[in-house]
Design a protein around this ligand. Structure first.
Ligand SMILES: Nc1ncnc2c1ncn2[C@@H]1O[C@H](COP(=O)(O)OP(=O)(O)O)[C@@H](O)[C@H]1O
Ligand SMILES: [Mg+2]
Length: 397
């Protein structure tokens, strides 16, 4: 199963591109699911489906045409399906603060629940071999960053916090429940966390395998959007995901000759050239600003045509290089990271436990080191040809 993850700033055209890609793949004979992880779902709108006909049904895969399905992750449904004990614990705690039931239920939607629910589905579909391709139409960049960092964060929580919390609670609950104004989590709560974690098993590897998962960043040829796209690129790379295309959407087409737009045309051309060189060797595909909204299957097909011509298979991975690797060179150990835009001053490195922590600007990633390197510390780093190489050595304590 292939996973294509579309991410980018709000409004750039992620949903349209994801839907168009789905249509193309289904046409090519691949059973395809387009899944929306953006709480502000617009996937069904993009297909211009009749609201009355299918209202509320997209919380599960809904067939829109031959071999093509859409799903819009619905957090209220997901809470009932997967998060019951966790949510009811949060509600119970909030109630003790005097918040009303309705408000407590609203607040019990914790950040990340949507993303985690989507990941559980992806994992399930992979196990069941239900689809050939799953396309993820993500929320704007910040949330999709949360999406990809979730497996590492959870892994860390399950290793470092969860067992400790659980044992601690076993010891204190008999006393604490009598004196504490705040309810302590029950055994069901822990069972629920554990069960959910089990459902996510292997998702980190799936996302980090470039043969399985490709990230496609959708952008517009505007300076502010480009900056965000670059940050997203670094972040995805830092988290081990491979970006294999950048899609510049809403490019003013050549036939727009009106003087009013001449400055727009000039700056767009400049920014497109900048994009090509920044993201190289990753290709920047272009899609024009159409004369109308990209709404309904017919227009989505037009978008697919300009993106993929008549023969290109959008599920084919265009880039199989992992953003980082561990190597042994001349008896020395090295960690290599592809970092196209970072400058030296931006990068921070330190060791924490058996993990290497890499910071780039405000972005941070804990990288679990292979056993052979776990005892080593970073001693030197160099940034050359867009590759950050970190030398790892044994240092006396
Ligand atoms: N190339 C394009 N030309 C014209 N309209 C577009 C184009 N791409 C997207 N749109 C329109 O812009 C709006 C936002 O697009 P959408 O795909 O929902 O963006 P996102 O998912 O990134 O928020 C929609 O109304 C869509 O039809
Ligand atoms: Mg969208």
């Amino acid at each position: 199963m292939r996973v294509l993850l579309f991410s980018g700033k709000g409004g750039v055209g992620k949903t349209s591109v994801a839907a168009a890609t789905g249509i193309r793949l289904a046409r090519m004979g691949k059973k395809t699911l387009v899944m929306s992880v953006d709480p502000a779902h617009s996937l069904s709108d993009s297909f211009d489906l009749d609201g009355d006909l299918f209202h509320g049904q997209t919380a599960d895969p809904f067939q829109v045409s031959d071999r093509l399905y859409i799903q819009e992750v619905n957090i209220q449904k997901e809470i009932k399906r997967h998060w019951r004990e966790i949510a009811s614990y949060v509600v119970a705690v909030l109630r003790t603060t005097g918040i009303s039931d309705v408000e407590a239920e609203e607040l019990a939607i914790l950040p990340g629940m949507e993303e985690l629910s989507a990941m559980m589905y992806v994992n399930q579909y992979r196990k069941d071999e239900r689809y050939d391709v799953v396309i993820l139409d993500c929320a704007p960049t910040a949330e999709s960053m949360r999406f990809v960092s979730m497996p590492t964060t959870l892994d860390w929580y399950m290793k470092h916090v969860f067992p400790f919390q659980r044992t601690l609670l076993k010891a204190v609950r008999p006393i604490a429940n009598r004196v504490s104004p705040v309810e302590l989590p029950t055994d069901q709560y822990f069972a629920n966390v554990k069960e959910l974690f089990g459902k996510l098993e292997g998702i980190g590897e799936l996302l980090e395998d470039p043969r399985a998962t490709s990230v496609r960043l959708v952008t517009n040829p505007e300076k502010m959007v480009l900056r965000e796209t670059q940050r997203a690129f670094v972040y995805f790379s830092l988290h081990g995901l491979t970006v294999d295309w950048v899609i510049a959407n809403r490019v003013l087409p050549g036939e727009v000759s009106d003087h009013y737009f001449s400055e727009w045309r000039r700056t767009q051309a400049e920014i497109l050239a900048e994009m090509d060189s920044y993201f190289s060797p990753v290709k920047v595909k272009r899609a024009p600003l159409f004369t109308n909204e990209v709404l309904g299957q017919e227009r989505l097909e037009q978008l697919a045509d300009v993106l993929y011509g008549d023969a290109e298979d959008p599920s084919r991975p265009e880039n199989l290089e992992r953003p980082y690797s561990f190597q042994k060179v001349n008896g020395r150990y090295e960690v290599r990271l592809n970092l196209p835009f970072a400058s030296k001053g931006d990068v921070g490195l330190f060791k924490k436990g058996d993990e290497l922590v890499v910071e780039i600007g405000s972005l941070r990633r804990h990288i679990g080191l292979p056993t052979s390197m776990a005892a080593l510390s970073p001693t030197r780093a160099r940034l050359e040809n867009r590759i950050l190489t970190v030398e790892m050595k044994e240092v006396a304590p």
